[in-house]
Design a protein around this ligand. Structure first.
Ligand SMILES: N[C@@H](CCC(=O)N[C@@H](CS)C(=O)NCC(=O)O)C(=O)O
Length: 439
């Protein structure tokens, strides 16, 4: 017999004994009504940069493709992001083959046969396989010409070295356990000094980028400045963009480009994906840091820097952020229902309650006992793998809001995120639906 969740919602509300609780709130939209409200599928092949595409053509015919990029399913690998962004900026047609990173699940056998170390990225250019992101960029430059200035340009080389120096200072601060108060100060001071040198380098030219226009030098800095910005906010309470305005302007200029917006992650994703990759990230434990980390985890968003700016993005929320988030959930509805509700009707209703709130603002209490699953899903939305930053904010908020209306256990916490692996993010259950889309 089919379980009547609407009736159960009424009975639970009456059981709670408060007169207003007898009204369980509006019923959630059904799946068909939700489908009707979702954003249409964008053109992933010819349209804006996106993490889901498996072919990118930039207006050229498919037989013009000379490049295959092997990168991670999670659209998270920093060295892949550098190459990905280069191909997008230079509008070079390419195919994408996605591979699982070790901390998310098992590496595909076909990839191990191709690249025995299993390391990403790799790239095939005219049938020749190249590994190591810097070698890959060198080969792409030789074949297609540089992005303004190339990897070995005398203006780019010192900037590449500066990026590695900043990277090491970041690792010394973020990844060393037990620094203590004095050690935190020293590591922060070293990082700050090198970040100031990065600002000085940015201010050599009048524009926001390192050289006269966007170049390879900027792309070399993108992956780790993005990860520094997120992780230092979460683990150290340090707002990089605010503390270093020239770096803030550099990010804001990148955020004018659809190429960067399509591959940009967010604070929450990086904060929880970095620990297994880096072998641990260590919080300073200050009151300010803990408050900021709590806000990155549970909102409200946007976070505001002391100057009132959003330290995560300079971009306002697009008008269709909720509809885009809805479309992405609908694509993976079957896998999500299986994973979070073990196929139970209760989670089906709970998810529709959250999506109803997302799309039309109604507060729709979910079946009792679903709050933990709703919060667990909110904690596992990955940007840009699943959806862009603003859509993720809206969806996390809708899931958390709905969880808090659970009539049985409104404060049930999410299942904790693991620190040394993220097997909870194994891509396999989601692959079929992702591949069902065109190209
Ligand atoms: N020096 C290499 C570093 C590449 C690298 O560290 N890749 C990591 C991902 S960010 C990797 O593939 N690790 C194995 C795994 O996670 O499966 C490059 O620049 O390409």
């Amino acid at each position: 017999m089919r379980h009547d969740f609407a009736l159960e919602r009424k009975l639970i509300a009456m059981d709670l004994g408060h007169p207003h609780d007898a009204d369980p709130g509006p019923d959630p939209l059904d799946w068909a009504a939700l489908e009707a409200r979702a954003a249409p599928e964008p053109d992933r092949v010819q349209g804006a940069t996106n993490a889901q595409a498996r072919l990118r053509l930039f207006g050229q015919p498919e037989d013009a493709v000379r490049v295959t990029l092997y990168r991670d399913h999670h659209a998270w690998c920093p060295y892949c992001q550098k190459v990905w962004l280069w191909l997008e900026e230079r509008r070079i047609p390419y195919r994408v083959r996605k591979v699982t990173m070790n901390c998310y699940g098992n590496k595909e056998d076909w990839y191990r046969r191709l690249v025995p170390s299993g390391m990403l990225p790799a790239l095939e250019l005219d049938g020749e396989l190249i590994t190591e992101s810097d070698q890959i960029l060198g080969a792409l430059e030789a074949a297609f010409g540089p992005l303004h200035r190339g990897m070995d340009d005398p203006q780019v080389l010192p900037l590449r070295r500066l990026e590695r120096t900043l990277f090491r200072a970041w690792c010394q601060w973020l990844c060393r356990p037990g620094l203590g108060e004095r050690g935190e100060q020293v590591a922060a001071g070293t990082f700050e000094r090198i970040a100031t040198a990065v600002e000085d380098a940015l201010e050599v030219t009048p524009g926001p980028f390192f050289l006269e226009e966007l170049s390879t030098a900027d792309l070399v800095f993108v992956p780790y400045l993005e990860r520094m910005n997120a992780s230092l906010a979460y683990y150290k309470g340090y707002l990089l963009r605010h503390r270093h305005p020239a770096i803030g302007r550099w990010f804001a200029a990148l955020e004018q480009r659809p190429t960067y917006l399509g591959c940009q992650s967010d604070f929450h994703t990086h904060a929880h994906d970095l620990p297994p990759q880096m072998g641990g990230c260590h919080a300073s434990g200050s009151e300010h840091q803990r408050a900021l980390a709590a806000q990155i985890d549970r909102g409200p968003w946007p976070i505001t820097a002391p100057d009132g700016a959003d330290p995560e993005t300079s971009q306002n929320k697009p008008a269709d952020a909720a509809e885009v988030a809805l479309a992405r959930v609908l694509r993976h509805r079957a896998a999500l229902l299986e994973r979070y509700g073990q196929g139970s009707g209760a989670f089906d209703t709970a998810l529709r309650c959250a999506l109803t709130h997302l799309i039309q603002g109604d507060s729709c209490p979910p079946p009792g006992g679903t709050a933990a699953d709703l919060r667990s899903l909110a904690q596992r939305i990955s940007v840009p793998r699943d959806m862009p930053l603003h859509g993720a904010r809206r969806l996390r908020r809708a899931l958390d809001h709905t969880a808090a209306l659970d009539p049985l256990d409104p404060s049930a916490p999410a299942f904790p995120l693991t620190q040394n692996h993220r097997y909870d993010q194994d891509p396999r259950p989601f692959l079929l639906a992702e591949q069902a889309q065109p190209a």
